[in-house]
Write a protein that binds this ligand. Sequence first.
Ligand code: ADP
Ligand code: MG
Length: 140
Amino acid sequence: MAIERTFSIIKPDATRRNLTGKINAKLEGAGLRIVAQRRVWMTTAQAEQFYGVHRERPFFRDLVTFMTSGPVVVQVLEGENAVAANREVMGATNPANAAEGTIRKEFAESIEANSVHGSDSAENAATEIAYFFAGTDIVG
Ligand code: ADP
Ligand code: MG
């Protein structure tokens, strides 16, 4: 077990409903420490690049439109096995399949407007963190 970092986004559906604090409480309750955090309104170009791996998926255009529909909160989370711990507290992509107590079960509106993003591997976490934060922004 190692201390690692992962990247998280509180999505526009959640900021619109003023859920940043409630979601942060869930993250902290799961043993994750918020070591960097900033509110940003992504441009279309930023969202397209961030979700570039999904470019060929049928939902890509809608996803970019959704992610640029309002402000998001970008975060770096730190803790034991942070990537897996965050994926666990997030819950399944489709809130209909998300376990009780997870963020998506409690807060997500739909498979698209599912309140949070979390990196799916340590390698992708490093890329995603670097996309939004300088090393000096992260205070562990
Ligand atoms: P996750 O966010 O759980 O890692 P993916 O990486 O597969 O899920 O998808 C990225 C995001 O794209 C999802 O969080 C969701 O906002 C959106 N998405 C995924 N699948 C669909 C779908 N079938 N229809 C609409 N939006 C989707
Ligand atoms: Mg993903």
